[in-house]
Design a protein around this ligand. Structure first.
Ligand code: CP
Length: 348
């Protein structure tokens, strides 16, 4: 949007651009950010950013992202305005040139223009539609916010990526496997679910692990391919960092030798063309639930899931609560990584 003289000037950027997928500042920046998060968790004092303001807009539900953002902002002396369109904020129209005679009372350009005058950062959660592949691939809502905002935009999970989750994932890997993740073996396994789910978290695991040079295996049943363009990006990042990305349709083979297992359900590219057929395929793959037998194929791997999780569908109670579960630790790291990120962005 146009930045008028009378508007507050954007904060000096501690991150080179909007936070879209966490790769913007490079692998070392993520490495340093998560090392800072681990230091904050160990008791380091957060640098203060008194007087700064963050607007966080949630178009979808959230427990961890919302509370970690609010708690991190509080620790830094930053004010957070948390808004839910449709209940405590007007429903927004994202399209251009639309005759707004439907439910949406306000255009995204108008709403974001106002928010950007009153805040130093705008954060937005907007999941994939799962019915319009073109719009999802364009990350339509996040892109509309980025186009309308004169201040940095932070992705709190979009159609394609979930970078704040990615920082907590990298922090967990570094804590358990050491600060140099190159060559460490991570398996991202598809998991069953009663509902079709977006792939933002799976894409993020892939991109985050690849950027750190890990040996990544993506295991999923036939027909649950991730977006080819994102697979291509991940392969490029991994290759640049000395790692690799491979795909298998055999879960047992995919888990063999893994040091980290990340479970997540996603509906995949082919789900866009036929939801009924995708549901049938998903139901037929119930045996991809991660249980102790599956984990026994790994190299005593840590088990991760971003939460929320459907217990005994995605993973069994014994895996979720077992000695190798890193699930609660990763969720806790959402606070420290959010604090490290907003400290970097806002504390002068
Ligand atoms: N993992 C995660 O983002 O959790 P929420 O959806 O509860 O924020």
């Amino acid at each position: 949007m146009t930045l008028h003289r009378w508007m507050p000037q954007p904060v000096s950027r501690g991150w080179p651009d909007d936070l879209v997928d966490g790769t913007e500042a490079g692998a070392k920046a993520v490495h340093d950010l998560v090392q800072r998060a681990l230091a904050l968790r160990a008791g380091a004092a957060p640098r203060q950013a008194h007087g700064k303001r963050v607007a966080a807009i949630f178009l979808n539900p959230s427990l961890r992202t919302r509370t970690s953002l609010c708690a991190a902002c509080h620790a830094l002396g930053v004010h957070a305005s948390v808004l839910n369109p449709g209940t405590d904020m007007w429903r927004m129209e994202m399209g251009e040139g639309v005759v707004m005679d439907g439910d949406a009372a306000e255009h995204v350009r108008d709403a974001v223009g106002v928010l950007a005058q009153m805040h130093d950062v705008i954060a937005i959660r907007a999941f994939a539609t799962l019915n319009d592949r073109k719009a999802d691939l364009a990350d339509k809502t996040l892109t509309a916010f980025r186009g309308a905002s004169a201040v940095p935009v932070v992705n709190l999970e979009s159609a394609l990526y979930h970078p704040m989750q990615g920082f907590a994932d990298v922090a967990t890997w570094q804590h358990h496997l050491g600060p140099d993740l190159r060559g460490k073996r991570l398996t991202l396994t598809w998991a069953p679910h009663p509902k079709a789910l977006p792939a933002a978290v799976a894409n993020q695991v892939l991109i985050s692990a690849a950027q750190q040079g890990m040996e990544v295996t993506v295991a999923h049943p036939e027909g649950f391919d991730l977006e080819p363009s994102i697979m291509g990006r991940a392969k490029g990042l991994a290759s640049h960092a000395g790692g690799a990305v491979r795909v298998t349709h055999n879960q047992k083979e995919g888990l063999a030798g893994a040091q980290v297992v990340v479970a997540k359900s996603w509906s995949g590219v082919s789900g866009y063309s036929d939801r009924t057929e995708e549901a049938t395929r998903r139901a037929a793959a119930a045996d991809w639930c991660v249980d102790d037998t599956a984990m026994a194929h790994t190299a005593d791997a840590g088990f991760m899931h971003c939460l929320p999780v459907r217990r005994n569908v995605v993973a069994t109670d014994s895996v979720m609560d077992g000695p190798n579960s890193w699930v609660q630790e990763t969720a806790g790291l959402r606070l420290w990584t959010a604090m490290a990120f907003f400290e970097r962005l806002l504390a002068s």
